[in-house]
Ligand binder design. Structure first.
Ligand code: NAD
Length: 480
């Protein structure tokens, strides 16, 4: 099947008739084609967004909110179709797409549809100077949203929803590796009554379509989620043009386990935080540090549980681990397992490519646990973004804190302990945008989301996102 760009409320072919193959990771087959949009397509999308902006930005908040909530309802009503498309495109278990990806995409629209009605600006009375200041929060105009393949609709809508809620018009590009649900979203938006041109979705490669969006002189803000190297490149292009930038990038997150934790809860959650979505979540805890006194017990129990995870076809209800997203990605992840061995890492379980009966050419890999001799080895420092975790013991709080912080990334940390003072001490010192204590990936959409160091710049979520997608203007009125 061929999918099309969604521009000015309708579906159109790419002007230069350039297409890219779309693969089904569960069986390695090409099952469709997507536009590889050129600057002409991006220009068309931009012009349509520009035209829509004056009336969309002036639409009452109640009306805007109602449309966003309607999109959310339509996503929920079409859950089965969207989840099936997401699973086929990405290789993730269908059960996961149904439980997490699509419900969360719906929540994103509902959340920002509501949040915009509560978004308020400040006023400051300049006492003694006879003046009052108030802040206008005005939409930026046309903004660009670029998202990755790991949580396709979830992250695409995490950007689009606040952007349009705040009154902007959008030129958006999903990952070329997982374009399907973004394509389906267009139809939902039209049905929900989103005016033409408010959201324009252009498909294509990062280096062609994405690059043109980022470099477009009149697209004034870029919200990007993806790899750190891509983020650095985008910053180099956009910064000299003084664009607003939100960059949500890679991670190499520590999962720190103290002996005084609730063991069973920790064990079950650590399996999830390691391998959910084939380990392809920027928030996965890929470096596991365990207090020495419980290290051997944890190692045995954890490996036993990981061995029980079933690798299988994404649509099989009993599958825990589906296919990795693409052949190059599978090869990259498998290569890291070889690197680990060269660095004297010990593969405690997994490590092999899996052949799934009936889907022999799919991209499957066993969930893999590697015991590493030092935290400084490459598999402990570099983002692998697959079903591979490292484990090693630690002796003191100071030691584990140092190891946790000794990577270039700083997205999230999970901390397992029942010691309140330790929780407080460590939370202040961990170099990471998020600290989960005795839980993982528990999300409240009102909270700031983002990373430090090479994990990115800026925060999304809640009012942070609405602040990003608006310009603050100070109005000072002298009344005396
Ligand atoms: P990627 O950087 O290769 O691609 C992300 C998006 O950027 C895609 O849509 C791609 O087409 C586009 N792109 C690529 N080059 C571009 C360019 N020069 N100009 C403009 N756009 C360009 O990342 P990926 O492989 O799709 O995703 C995996 C990465 O995303 C991992 O590093 C992961 O940690 C990160 N990620 C981060 C978060 C977060 O919230 N911090 C969430 C999910 C994924």
């Amino acid at each position: 099947m061929k999918i099309q760009n969604y521009i000015n409320g309708g579906f159109v072919n790419p002007i230069q008739n350039n297409w890219i193959d779309n693969y089904n990771p569960s069986n390695g087959e090409i099952y469709g084609q997507i536009p590889n949009s050129s600057s002409k397509d991006v220009e068309l999308a931009y012009e349509s967004a520009k035209k829509a902006f004056p009336s969309w930005s002036k639409m009452t908040l109640e009306h805007r909110s109602r449309i966003l909530i309607k999109i959310s309802e339509l996503l929920e009503a079409n859950l089965e179709q969207f989840a099936a498309a997401e699973s086929k495109d990405n290789g993730k278990p269908l059960s996961l797409a149904k439980k997490i990806d699509i419900p969360r995409a719906a929540s994103n629209f509902r959340f920002f549809g509501n949040a915009i009605t509560q978004f308020a600006s400040e006023s400051h009375e300049s006492i003694g100077q006879g003046a009052i200041n108030y802040t206008l929060r005005q939409p930026i105009g046309v903004v660009g949203c670029i998202s990755p393949w790991n949580l396709p609709l979830y992250l695409f809508t995490w950007k689009i929803a606040p952007a349009i809620a705040a009154g902007n018009c959008v030129v958006a590009k999903p990952s070329e590796i997982t374009p399907m649900t973004a394509y389906l979203l267009g139809e939902i938006c039209t049905k929900a009554g989103l005016p033409k041109g408010v959201l324009n979705i252009v498909h294509g490669l990062g280096t062609t379509t994405g690059q043109v969006i980022v470099a477009h002189p009149d697209i004034k803000a870029i919200s990007f989620t993806g790899g750190t190297a891509t983020g650095a490149h985008i910053a180099r292009v956009a910064a000299p043009m003084f664009k607003k930038l939100s960059l949500e990038l890679g991670g190499k997150n520590p999962n720190i386990i103290f002996a005084d934790c609730d063991y069973d809860d920790m064990l079950e959650t650590s399996v999830r935080s390691s391998f959910t979505n084939q380990g392809q979540i920027c928030l996965c805890g890929s470096r596991i540090f365990v207090e020495a006194s419980i290290y051997n017990r944890f190692k045995k129990d954890f490996v036993e549980k990981v061995k029980q995870l079933k690798v299988g076809h994404p649509s099989d209800a009993s599958t825990n681990i589906g296919a990795l997203v693409s052949k190059p990605h599978l090869e990259k992840v498998a290569e890291y397992i070889e690197i680990a061995k060269e660095e004297n890492g010990k593969v405690l379980c997994g490590g092999e490519i899996v052949t799934v009966k009936g889907s022999e050419n799919g991209y499957y890999l066993q969930p893999t646990v590697i015991e590493v001799p030092t935290d400084e080895c490459r598999v402990n420092q570099e983002e692998i973004f697959g079903p591979v975790v490292t484990i090693m013991p630690f002796n003191t709080e100071e030691e584990v804190l140092e190891m946790a912080n000794k990577v270039k990334y700083g997205l999230s940390t999970t901390l397992w302990t029942n010691d309140l003072k330790r929780t407080m001490r460590m939370s202040t010192q961990l170099q990471s945008g998020i600290v989960w204590v005795n839980t993982w990936m528990m999300r409240d959409l009102r909270t700031p989301f983002g990373g430090v160091k090479a994990s990115g710049v800026g925060r999304e979520g809640g009012f942070e996102a609405l602040r990003f997608f608006t310009e603050a203007k100070n109005v000072c009125i002298k009344y005396e």
